[in-house]
Ligand binder design. Structure first.
Ligand code: FES
Length: 261
């Protein structure tokens, strides 16, 4: 059953240039339990019918609030950035499979690898992994210092390593550089990632055969519920290139070794 609701804006703040944090409240929050799921939000404008998929960055079941963090990338997300307290938004969800975490315990050393606007879903993921007692090492990449967000929030959870493409903060270069260094220090028992295709390819290359390594894919979506095939990706095992998976309802999270990047 597709869940849909007019959710209410609790607050909105700008975290960095073009990056916003929006807190919503509503009954739908009760359904939000698995980190890595997303909501499909209708652009609040009569001339735009499409929804935008945005991942959940934080779920607060007690207060019935959820937080999303998004980047303004054109019409739609620009409209979201104008919303203020009390405004209503048409939300569908939660959608997608999310990150599998039920087998994580205090025995685990987990690598969380994220980049840019792929970082938000990893925050709720990390909160839930910490509740399960795991050691979590965050490896986060950003373009430059001014677009870094949630550094303190992640630090409050566990170890954080930051890299920037231009070297304006942390280690210079992409997350692979930091990852190479940390792999000499730790042998992660689980790996979770979300970010650009390049970042996911780095994770795939390092953890192709790892039994518990996961990638969260981004895809263009239309329906968000498995009906339109706008969001397909292809399986690595399939030579013909015909077999596909839908990122919206069979993903967005896949194990390494599963889909072609
Ligand atoms: Fe329609 Fe995935 S967005 S099938």
């Amino acid at each position: 059953i597709m869940k849909q609701e007019m959710m209410t804006v609790v607050s909105q703040i700008q975290l960095a240039p073009n990056i916003y944090e929006l807190v919503l409240t509503g009954e739908l929050v009760k359904e939000m339990k698995v980190p890595g799921q997303f909501i499909h939000i209708k652009v609040p404008r009569a001339d735009l019918l499409l929804r935008r998929p945005i991942s959940l960055a934080k779920i607060n079941l007690e207060k019935a609030e959820c937080t999303i963090i998004y980047r303004v990338e054109g019409a739609g997300t620009a409209d979201f950035s104008q919303l203020t307290t009390g405004d209503l938004l048409d939300v569908m969800g939660p959608l997608g499979n999310g990150f599998p975490i039920t087998d994580i315990s205090s025995e685990d050393i987990v690598f969380i690898i994220g980049g840019g606007i792929g970082v938000p879903p990893l925050y709720e993921l990390s909160r839930q992994l910490k509740k399960r007692g795991a050691k979590v090492v965050h490896i986060l990449g950003f373009a430059k210092q001014e677009v870094i967000f949630y550094e303190e929030a992640f630090k409050a959870l566990d170890e954080v390593h930051i890299s920037t493409d231009d070297g304006s903060y942390g280690t210079q270069g992409h997350v692979g550089n930091v990852l190479d260094r940390l792999l000499k220090e730790y042998q992660p028992t689980a790996v979770y990632s979300c970010g650009s295709n390049g970042l996911l390819k780095t994770v795939e290359a390092n953890f192709h055969d790892h039994p518990r390594a996961y990638l969260s894919l981004e895809a263009r979506m239309a329906c968000g519920m498995g009906a339109c095939y706008a969001c397909v990706c292809h399986l690595q095992a399939d030579e013909t290139g015909k077999e596909s998976k839908k990122v919206c309802d069979e993903g967005p999270v896949f194990a390494t070794g599963e889909v072609r990047l």
